[in-house]
Unconditional design. Structure first.
Length: 459
């Protein structure tokens, strides 16, 4: 078996994923190829991996290259986590420049105008990668960790419908962080169903495994008191500045250990979360910075302090990432590969796949009220056939919010595939976050000029 890690020069991704593979009992003899465009960073991860293998007597075959065709030949699994350009400089532009044109977006990564420009920048590179996958290892599974997840998966599957492309996200892990404390039961005792767009999804069903009892009434009764006091990113960022200690948050399954027990701010990170929970009777799986990117009125309810503090904390944390081997595993991709290889029928809580695969029966659609071509985050069963999304029922009121946004992904995909600036403008006009249209063409022109050469292809 051959596994390729694309973007492996990133210490966080490269070392972290190698660490998970090295701890697998089922992948002990696999071949691992590390790929990155930054040869110096790549070699650092490669040498660290070789040293750990030697120290532990591991039998994996490890190699590294900057040549993508060479890396992909014969691959069975491709795991990709990439970004283009200077991540935070461009994130600042995605977020702040549209605001100068009067657009009230609460964040700038996955939804809203910022999410569109992020997509326009990163998806063409991922399409190039997938083109090489289809050329050199067309039967390989491709697991993507990059954002904007829904835009990436939707566009890749439109361009390469036969590509076995799956998106994975950390946000579902937050349920394991909080629900045991809220419900006073181990996470393993909970059977959950959540769905929506990536970073814009809700828990739809919850039950206790031991009794079969519906757990959702307990969630709705107990979660408000918990989240009203739970420390958020403003508290975490204040703690880091006060102590110099970094807190690992991405994909974390344990509650954060701070020197305060309660937040300085009620419903920290979750004032929009609170409004959604009270209005729709469903619990969001993530915080305001993510949920708020898809809703035009989110700016009225979101915890703006928490969003700004999260961004500053995240930028600071990634500037000094020092992952090391031997840490507990935390990503889901290795168990998913094990489930495919072992034909286990494991249920995975959240994967990003098309609502219905091209050519699949109509009754295989995951959500009946949404288009077949949109990438959704749904539970899936995993066996030797791959990943099969579960049928889920999303209440019409929340589904209407999802439906408001799926057209944006449709037009964004068309803009990228057809290299069309006109489609970019139309995607902005369709976007529920865009509240001012007078200068959209000027905004697009400024972003193309500012983010050259990444957006030069748009004509």
């Amino acid at each position: 078996m051959k596994i390729v890690l694309i973007g492996a020069g990133s210490a966080q991704f490269g070392v972290g994923t190698l660490n998970d593979i090295f701890q697998s009992q089922e992948l002990t003899d696999c071949e691992i190829t590390l790929l990155d465009i930054n040869g110096k960073a790549l070699d650092k991860v490669y040498q660290a991996g070789l040293k750990w293998m030697q120290e532990k007597g591991l039998k994996h075959k490890l190699s590294a290259t900057t040549n993508r065709p060479e890396a992909l030949k014969g691959a069975d699994y491709v795991i990709s986590s990439i970004e283009v350009g200077d991540r935070f400089t461009m994130w600042d532009q995605d977020w702040k420049i549209p605001m100068q044109y009067g657009i009230r977006q609460v964040y700038g990564e996955n939804g809203g105008p910022g999410g569109i420009f992020h997509s326009l920048r990163i998806v063409p590179v991922i399409l190039e990668i997938c083109g090489d996958v289809m050329r050199y290892c067309p039967d390989a599974y491709v697991f993507n960790y990059s954002n904007p997840m829904s835009a990436i998966v939707t566009t890749v599957k439109r361009k390469f419908p036969e590509c076995k492309f799956i998106g994975l996200c950390h946000e579902i892990a937050s349920l394991e962080r909080y629900l045991p404390a809220i419900l006073d039961t181990p996470f393993e005792n909970l059977e959950l169903t959540a769905s929506g767009l990536n970073h814009f999804s809700m828990i739809l069903e919850a039950k206790y495994r031991d009794s079969g009892k519906d757990a959702y009434p307990d969630i709705m009764a107990k979660a408000p008191a918990f989240f009203e006091k739970e420390p958020g990113y403003s508290d975490i960022w204040a703690f880091t500045k006060r102590t110099g200690e970094d807190i690992h948050t991405e994909g974390a399954k344990e509650r954060f250990e701070l020197d305060v027990k309660e937040s300085s701010y009620p419903w920290a990170d979750r004032t929009l979360f609170k409004y959604l929970m009270e209005t729709y009777g469903l619990m969001p799986i993530t915080v305001d910075s993510h949920m708020g990117e898809y809703i035009g009125w989110a700016w009225e309810h979101a915890d703006h302090r928490g969003i700004e503090d999260f961004y500053d904390f995240y930028r600071d944390a990634l500037a000094d990432v020092q992952p090391h081997f031997g840490q507990p595993t935390h990503e889901r991709v290795v168990p998913i590969i094990e489930a495919i290889e072992g034909n286990t029928g494991m249920r995975e809580g959240a994967v990003n796949i098309l609502n219905r695969e091209p050519g699949a029966p109509a009754d295989s659609r995951c959500v009946d009220d949404l288009p077949d071509w949109i990438a959704l985050e749904v539970p899936a069963v995993i066996d030797k056939r791959g990943l099969t999304g579960e049928k889920v029922s999303i209440p019409k009121d929340f589904c209407s919010l999802l439906r408001n946004y799926v057209g944006v992904y449709d037009l964004t995909a068309e803009a990228i595939i057809n290299k069309s600036k006109d489609y970019v403008v139309k995607a902005l006009l369709a976007n529920p976050v865009v509240n001012s249209t007078r200068n959209l063409e000027a905004l697009v022109d400024q972003m193309i000029a500012t983010q050259s050469p990444w957006l030069d292809y748009l004509k």
